[in-house]
Ligand binder design. Sequence first.
Ligand SMILES: [Zn+2]
Length: 249
Amino acid sequence: MQQTLSGLILRQRPQDDDRVIHLLTREMGLIRAYAKGARRPRSRLAAGTEALCYSRVVLFKSKSWYYVDAAEVIDGFFALRQNITGLSLAAYLAELAENLAPEQAEAEEYLRLLLNALHLLRQQSREEGLIKAIVELRLLTLSGYMPDLVACSACGLYDAAGFYFIPRRGELICADCIPEPPPDAVWLRSAVVAAMRHILYAAADDLFAFKLGQQSLKELVAVSEEYLMTQIERRPRTLDFYHSLFIQP
Ligand SMILES: [Zn+2]
């Protein structure tokens, strides 16, 4: 049986003349499919099965495997491919989505999040760090790792000049409730707490629509990555590569 789906190619693995594509689709979440002959010159499957391409694919299922019968590029994000840090960040966000999005279930919000992030990275209109933190926290939220940022977990205080955040518990605690914070506690100023709350709760259309000062942005980027690492307990290879681009030789 054939079916036509729209999806983002999160990555592709070469296999002789063929490609195995890892696809994030709106209708069915994560799918792996075999694109026969996609690496041959002039293959009609070549363009639409490239990593970070948003494509319309016709899939055929045989036993437990999907095969790509046709692949047409909807958006190849070509301009993004000229920008090495943007492209590397996109590859990392794709790897995260592959770890966190569902299989065999609708994944509209995941797909939309990734496509919006890729679009903004291509435009270079927002800071990369902001896009990175938003996608990390939102992906965690969508996939069941939402931290509890409503209020101090001990006394219920909502508004303060800042809170401690405990990454392994995903909780806030106010300075009065924890006079001696544990070593893994991260102090967050109120602007960072507000930004994180926005990322967790905003409607998809408003998600990227906020600004942060440079220092707050730095703290958001750090705490978001810290929280992600304590929750998923493995370091994506693509993240190390992204960071390596900023190390001065
Ligand atoms: Zn408190």
